[in-house]
Every structure is written in C-alpha cells, then in structure tokens.
Write a protein that binds this ligand. Sequence first.
Ligand code: COA
Length: 256
Amino acid sequence: MPDLVLVEREEPIAVVLLNRPQQLNALSDALMDELVTRLQELDRDDAVRCIVLGGSERVFAAGADIGELARSSAIELYYARRVERWDAIRNLWTPLLAAVSGYCLGGGCELALSCDLIVASETARFGQPETSLGIIPGAGGTQRLTRAVGKATAMDVILSGRLLSADEAHAAGLVARVVAREAWLDEAKRVAREIASKGPVATRLAKEAVNRAYESTLQLGLDYERRALYLSFASEDAKEGLTAFTEKRKPDFKGR
Ligand code: COA
C-alpha cells in the first residue's frame, strides 16, 4: 500500500501532502489516521517550526470518503472516533498552514479551516456540498466556515452547494493569500519559512491567542492574551529577540 500521506522535511519546515490521487484525496479513516499520526510526530519535533499541509495541484481534498460513509451506520461512524482526530489537528502546537490548490470540498474544506491559515492557488475552489448527499458538514464546517466568512456566505455555500473561487474566499476572509497557479506550493513554503523564522514560543502562544479570538468571548480572549504575553516574556527567545534588535543582528531563536 502506498503511503496515504507523504512527508518531506525541509527544516525548519515540514511539508505533508495528502496522497490518494485516484480518489481525489478523499479523507478515508485510514488517511485521517495516518495524517494525524504524521502531524503529531512533526509536532513533537522541535526542529520543525511550521507545517505545510497540501494536496496535489488538482485537489486539496474532495471531502470525506463517500464510499466509506455510504457503507457505515451512524454508530459505526460514532465509534470510529472521527471527532478525536479533528480535535488532535486543532490541538497541534506547531503553526499549520494549508496550501490549497484545486478542489477543497466538504471535509477537505473543514480540514483547511482547521489549519491556522490558508494559502490558496488562484485555482482553488472551496465548498461544502454535503447537502447534495443528504447530509450536513460534520467536522466543523457549519461553525468554522460561518465564523470565517459570516452567515450570508456560509448559508449560501452550505445550503446551495455553491463553490467559492480563491478570490471570493480571500475577499470573504477564508483565505490569507492567493498565489499564482504554478507557485502554489512554493509560495506556501515561503510563507511557512517566514513563520518558522520567528520565535517558536511566541508563534505557538500567538496562534493559540488568535484561536481564542475565534472561539471564545472577547474578555476571555483578552485574559488569555495577557497571560500568554507574560509567558512569552519569560522565554529565552524573548531575551534573544529583544537583544538581537538592539544589537542590530538576526535573532537566533532556540524555542526555549
Ligand atoms: N469520496 C470518495 N471518492 C471520491 C470522492 C469522495 N469524496 N470525490 C471523488 N472521488 C472519486 C470518484 O468517485 C472518482 O473515482 P472513480 O475514478 O473510481 O470513478 C475519482 O475520485 C475522480 O472523481 P470524478 O468525480 O470522476 O472527478 P471530476 O473531476 O469529474 O469531479 C469533483 C471532481 C470533486 C467535483 C467530484 O469528484 C465530486 O463532486 N466529489 C465529491 C465531493 C463531495 O461531495 N464531497 C463531500 C463529501 S461528504
């Protein structure tokens, strides 16, 4: 069996590519298991400071594996512990950047939404077509998409099955940057290297703080941000970053 997920280490970044081309990277149980295992391994490795998650030029992922869904009962799906896998991705410490080219549908769109930011090729198409199959998004689509793009666009995408172009997704706030078709992965890696060059303690705390803005009340988010600031201040990286600036040199961050 070929690997369902390919990992390339290019320290300080790592690139993880979904690899089920015949099924348009449909997110089978086996693929999701392998993906979470690989991501958690990279997350534990201090040498990896940002992870890029991508598919192929044609497709990021065409959603959950429809064949598997069609064969499963509700209780089988429940016992497959799918929710735990999605929570594991959400709980990664290392900044996770989705590099999206081509179709990004259903669970694929939810996977991209679970990443910290999305860099999209101009060819990217985002959608939640589950209602066409008589089901609804089940890995955060109704919640994360709505928070990312607002009720009007989320309702349109989820109820009508309309696909958003890369430019529409960018204008709506779903996508951070739109890049040229031929450079989608290189540009995503370039952004990942920018992120990886910053203080690792700070980027981890900052991503957590931004996620609080997205997931909690303003006051709880502000409380978290203050504590995270003091924690970042206690790091060796903060000393190094502040000193390097005054000494007019590049900081040498250790992630401590
Ligand atoms: N699960 C399982 N297999 C899938 C799949 C999915 N989500 N999406 C595509 N595939 C398979 C197709 O069955 C086909 O397999 P086959 O060659 O054995 O027949 C292969 O991938 C290629 O797909 P195909 O539909 O022929 O490609 P296309 O370029 O004509 O269309 C899409 C591409 C993405 C528009 C179309 O495949 C599609 O609508 N997929 C389902 C999207 C979806 O509803 N996702 C939500 C799932 S909950």
